[in-house]
Write a protein that binds this ligand. Structure first.
Ligand code: DAH
Length: 356
């Protein structure tokens, strides 16, 4: 018995892992283990012998069993310690910052406007920001000697020495996209063209680069009445309140007749409110497309007619979201962008505002 005790307590203490420990357990206490076989000899003993040997055998079995359990726990503790060492983590460290940008109000409003016009069947058309003199002016009935050209404060590109063709320009409005869209698609057509435009001008309400959105619908019987409905529908959807419009007779070379459009607003306590009161705010130019413009776009003015309008995107963004200074739009001041910017998931709706 002493030999068995020595042997198995030694093996238990030297077992390096759970598998080794299990082998030791089987060799001692398994069905055919040495201690189990010893216990079985009790059956052949006389009652007296059994009385003295029984408790000793039991004690031996219990001692080895207890040693196995203790060793098993010690091995598990050691394994846990090793893991805790390896997987150590300082939960007091600050988290990694995840910089989240914002959607610029101009991008947001462009999306909103596009969504509303798309709902009325307008597709988006595009044109280059560096535009030829012909597309920016001539095709829109602004001949080289036309006085309105001066009002555009145009940025001109440089021509090579001795090249006397008219220089390209940074487009002064989105109207040249009308011509490009007509040439590309013909009639009937319904498009809007949002984009950047450039004029040499800079103060609280003007920036040398700003944004416009052009609209154009051509069909056999399009009229001013369609224009008025489309615009009122648009402003009401955009501002989320019923907005009245006022058409004032005006003049643009590319439309006849022409109208400047004001929207209803009120000034109360220095606060501007759209869609109420008896004030008016000018927001766009519009009219029935001039026959010469249709022709320049390759469309027969005897067969087709259309309306067009052009509107400042930055302007209506300022009105809708109460942004006072246009210049701040393009200064890239992070504090301004965080304040006025939109979260990426603020999806524009057709009824004004955003889904947050
Ligand atoms: N292109 C004009 C501007 O930049 C705006 C404009 C007026 C566009 C009348 C139009 C229009 O399409 O019909 O001032």
């Amino acid at each position: 018995m002493d030999d068995l005790r020595q042997k198995y307590l030694g093996l238990v203490s030297r077992a390096a892992d759970e598998a080794a420990l299990e082998e030791v357990r089987l060799a001692a206490l398994g069905k055919k283990g040495e201690v189990s076989l010893l216990m079985r000899t009790l059956g052949q003993m006389s009652p007296e012998e059994r009385q003295s040997a029984g408790p000793k055998f039991n004690a031996l079995r219990n001692e080895i069993d207890a040693a196995l359990k203790a060793r098993k726990e010690a091995l598990a503790d050691a394994a846990l310690d090793a893991r805790l060492q390896a997987e150590w983590l300082d939960v007091t460290l600050p988290g990694r910052p995840r910089p989240a940008g914002t959607i610029h109000p101009v991008s947001q409003v462009t999306e909103e406007v596009t969504a509303i016009f798309a709902d009325m069947g307008f597709r988006v058309a595009e044109g280059p920001q560096i535009e030829s003199d012909w597309y920016n002016f001539d095709a829109l009935n602004l001949a080289p000697e036309h006085p309105a050209r001066q009002e555009h404060d145009t940025f001109f590109m440089a021509r090579a020495e001795g090249d006397n063709r008219p220089p390209h320009v940074l487009r002064t409005h989105t109207s040249p996209v009308q011509i490009r869209a007509m040439q590309a698609q013909g009639a009937p057509i319904r498009v809007i063209a949002p984009g950047r435009v450039y004029r040499m001008d800079m103060d609280q309400t003007h920036s040398p680069m700003f944004h416009q959105i052009e609209g154009m619908a051509i069909d056999r019987d399009i009229s001013m009445a369609n224009l008025k409905w489309v615009l009122e529908e648009f402003f009401t959807a955009f501002f989320g309140v019923k907005v009245k419009t006022r058409f004032r007779a005006s003049h643009f070379p590319f439309t006849e007749p022409s109208a400047e459009v004001d929207i209803q607003c009120s000034w109360v306590g220095g606060q501007l409110k759209i869609g109420e009161g008896d004030g008016w705010m000018e927001v766009l130019g519009s009219g029935m497309m001039h026959p010469k413009v249709l022709k320049a776009g390759g469309i027969d003015p005897d067969e087709w007619q259309g309306f067009a309008f052009g509107m400042g995107i930055d302007r209506i963004a300022m009105l809708k979201y109460g942004i006072p200074d246009l210049r701040a739009f393009f200064e890239s001041d992070l504090r301004w962008l965080r304040h006025y910017g939109f979260a990426a998931l603020d999806v524009p709706t057709l009824r004004g505002g955003v889904n947050r």
